[in-house]
Design a protein around this ligand. Structure first.
Ligand code: AMP
Length: 499
């Protein structure tokens, strides 16, 4: 997953982009980058591997002068790891375009071939973001204008929509001309527009999550619509246009479950409130399926499940207790086989407060179960701490299929629920009772926030993908995501040396 931001201001925007990237750090911790442009059309950039605070030092910030710019935080989903994958990515023709992308294209291989054979563009990486950048550049270049107008830019976005399949929220900087933001025709990944009164004009921020607006004094104007493009020229004038003939708002439901910050509102749905409703639905489900349950205490697995867990406890009228203390300063573990690293990482990250477990029937709540590593380890810890019975509730339904739209998920075959019944998953993780949210209930909890949205992107639960997929795409992605393949990629990267 990735986080993107763009700001058009009256004065230098680099510090505000930096602060906004910190607000989006949860969306990607592998690499970060920023490009800014000043009034004379000079570009300044910095990108590297690591957290935002590590990538940008004072010496870099001193050089990042510009009154409009874009930034990116990256977590690899489909492509490889390494500095050449960090964003914004740049292409020099036409105009010099820098691009930050959140999402994943499902026809990037076909497009790579077209770019090479028909358009004589050779790409440096297998990153779908580089594909997207070159497709957009190719389309914008077709106008052969020294000074592109907003209309030229919008026509290029229209053509990009026609060629690209998958999920893409994009912020691009066209050197000397301005900032462009657009969202795929389903609006799978989020993108919001914020506004602030400047001294002589309005200033704008576009970001993956609107939680980044308030700390910089911006207020939310609106969500960018699926298929829509917004262009803010170098003078700060905003133009917008619907660039797709066919579009429908179908946001990714997992943003509400796990990914987004609770203080964000996506497509007019508060993430916090939808998580509270997830807790209420779980409580209804528990009361209906087992009215005489013997749960003594509800304990969240921090952090993303706490909102749902608290509401669940309130509705069940059962005490809510913090039973795990999270260490927020854990970085990564040093080279270990992935699965071993994950198990160790759960124990390093979460310490247990035994007294909340001893002699009790506890209901643990997490937002989701992916591989089952966390839930299995946590249940083991709860039992060791003296819990009598350990029940487990997941605010999301069983995850059975890989994600194609920009969320870092394992291969389907590595998902614990991919080929198991709920009972088998319960047995595997050691739960005395496992309660999954139903998909109908999950959809209802999110839909309630904006009844105008008719459909959500729910493929990790159903296997029904809402965009066209290139031939063999699922099989190829599955193979590239297997633990052993990822691990080898990482080893190769480390052997090549990091900077
Ligand atoms: P697992 O241990 O593989 O079952 O993962 C479940 C835990 O991972 C839950 O506590 C979730 O909060 C968290 N989680 C869910 N989706 C993701 C994701 N895409 N990336 C990282 N962590 C996730």
């Amino acid at each position: 997953m990735c986080g993107i931001v763009g700001i058009s201001g009256e004065t230098n925007v680099a510090n505000e982009i930096y602060d906004s990237l910190l607000m989006l750090q949860h969306r990607g911790q592998d690499a970060a980058g920023m490009v800014v442009c000043n009034e004379t059309g000079e570009l300044n950039s910095r990108k590297s591997m690591g957290y935002v605070r590590d990538v940008f030092q004072q010496s870099h910030m001193n050089k990042l002068n510009g009154n409009y710019g874009i930034g990116h935080v990256r977590y690899p989903t489909a492509g490889g790891a390494g500095k050449e994958f960090s964003q914004p990515m740049y292409v020099n023709s036409p105009y010099g375009i820098s691009l930050a992308h959140n999402g994943n294209l499902t026809n990037s291989r076909t497009l790579t071939k077209e770019l090479f054979h028909d358009e004589m563009r050779r790409l440096n990486t297998d990153s779908d973001s580089e594909v997207l950048l070159n497709i957009f550049a190719q389309e914008l270049g077709k106008h052969r204008e020294i000074n592109p107008t907003p209309e030229h830019v919008f026509e290029a976005v229209t053509e990009t929509h026609k060629r690209c399949d998958g999920a893409y929220a994009v912020i691009a900087l066209i050197t000397g001309f301005g900032i462009l933001a657009f969202r795929d025709t389903n609006g799978i990944r989020p993108l919001s527009l914020g506004i602030r009164k400047g001294k002589t004009r309005d200033e704008y921020m576009v970001a993956s999550e609107d939680a980044s607006f308030a700390p910089q004094g911006f207020t939310k104007d609106r969500d960018i619509a699926p298929g829509e493009a917004v262009f803010i020229n170098r003078d700060g004038t905003l133009f917008s246009k619907q660039c797709a003939k066919v579009f429908q708002r179908r946001p990714c439901i997992f943003e509400y479950v796990y990914f987004s910050r609770p203080d964000s509102t996506i497509d007019e749905i508060s993430v916090h409130k939808s998580r509270m409703r997830m807790g209420s639905k779980l409580a209804d489900n528990i009361n209906k399926s087992n009215p005489n349950h013997d749960i003594d205490v509800v304990i969240p697995i921090p952090d993303s499940s706490t909102t749902a867990a608290l509401q669940l406890a309130v509705d069940l009228e059962i005490p809510y207790r913090e039973g795990f203390v999270k260490n927020r300063y854990i970085g990564r573990t040093f080279i270990m086989p992935y699965q071993e690293e994950r198990k160790k990482s759960v124990r390093r990250k979460l310490n247990i407060l035994d007294l909340e477990f001893r002699g009790k029937n506890v209901l643990l709540v997490d937002d989701s179960i992916v591989r089952g590593t966390t839930s299995k380890k946590i249940i083991e810890m709860a039992k060791e701490a003296g819990a009598r019975k350990v029940y487990f509730a997941s605010a999301a339904p069983a995850i059975k299929y890989q994600n194609l739209y920009g969320i870092d998920m394992p291969a389907t075959s590595e998902l614990i629920a991919s080929n198991k019944t709920d009972g088998e998953v319960a047995e595997e993780i050691g739960a005395d009772w496992l309660i999954y949210q139903t998909l109908e209930d999950l959809i209802e909890t999110v839909h309630a926030g904006n009844p105008e949205i008719q459909e959500f992107e729910t493929s990790i639960f159903t296997g029904e993908y809402i965009t066209p997929l290139a031939e063999n795409y699922l099989e190829e992605l599955e193979a590239s995501r297997l633990d052993k393949v990822k691990h080898q990629r990482e080893k190769d990267f480390l052997q090549d040396g990091e900077d």
